[in-house]
Design a binder for this molecule. Structure first.
Ligand SMILES: [Zn+2]
Length: 244
């Protein structure tokens, strides 16, 4: 039982060290994530604007071709006007001419609107460039900062991770699951000592009968207030002596 309690506390000591190393990174991992997301977001907006611009230019080109065709037809119709033999033919021809002229007008208007749209998109794309450059630069700085911190603690972290792996093999699966569950729920601290008659996790008083039982190191107890695993100071001392 003593071993079971000691290895659990060892696990806590190692995780405390790893947590401390992670804290050194501060907001950097979050900032790097946020910046990466922002850059990706702007890039995808730019991409869709570029696609829209390309499509508008394509449409304009096809409008031009269509207008050319309509103009050729118009010339033909207008020449034919001089050869009409009756009113019916004349009416049909002028109808065709009106119709074609309307179509040309419509296409020309559409092309003008497309031209405006292309200009607007071009401007928006250009306008996003300084922000994009700024965010990329910011990301580069933050990434380098983070890398530096990680690099400077690399060896220490590897040592703790290594140690952790070894200790974990000695912890019972059920204990480990309980440990991890409490650790996750209570921001890191899953195994704590009873100090000055109180749980050192939540500082609530542990009943004296329970304190005696904990000191006997015969069972795994949990704090009635916070649910953390409680060990005696002897266990903690033993674990601290043997962990590193
Ligand atoms: Zn507690």
């Amino acid at each position: 039982m003593i071993n079971r309690l000691t290895t659990l506390y060892q696990l806590q000591i190692i995780d405390d060290q790893l947590d401390e190393l992670e804290e050194l990174r501060g907001d950097l991992p979050l900032t790097v994530n946020e910046l990466t997301f922002k850059i990706r977001d702007i890039q995808s907006q730019v991409n869709s604007k570029l696609a829209k611009k390309e499509a508008s230019l394509e449409k304009r080109k096809s409008n031009d071709t269509e207008i050319e065709l309509l103009q050729t037809n118009l010339k033909k119709f207008k020449a034919q006007l001089y050869q009409v033999r009756n009113n019916k033919e004349y009416d049909a021809l002028t109808k065709e001419i009106d119709h074609s002229e309307e179509a040309v007008d419509k296409l020309e208007n559409e092309s003008l609107a497309l031209e405006d749209l292309v200009e607007k998109l071009k401007m928006e794309i250009e306008e996003s460039e300084p922000l994009m450059d700024q965010l990329k630069e910011e990301l580069k700085v933050k990434e380098e900062e983070l890398k530096k911190i990680i690099k400077s603690n690399e060896r220490e972290e590897a040592k703790f991770r290594d140690k952790r792996e070894k200790v974990v093999t000695k912890v019972k699966k059920n204990d480990y699951n309980t440990y991890m569950r409490i650790r996750k729920a209570l921001s890191g601290k899953a195994v704590v000592t009873v100090t000055r008659s109180a749980c050192s996790g939540c500082h609530n008083i542990v009943p004296s009968q329970r304190q005696i039982e904990i000191r006997q190191n015969k069972r795994l107890f949990t704090c009635e207030s916070c649910g953390r695993l409680l060990v005696s100071n002897d266990i903690a001392e033993e674990a601290e002596k043997t962990t590193f």
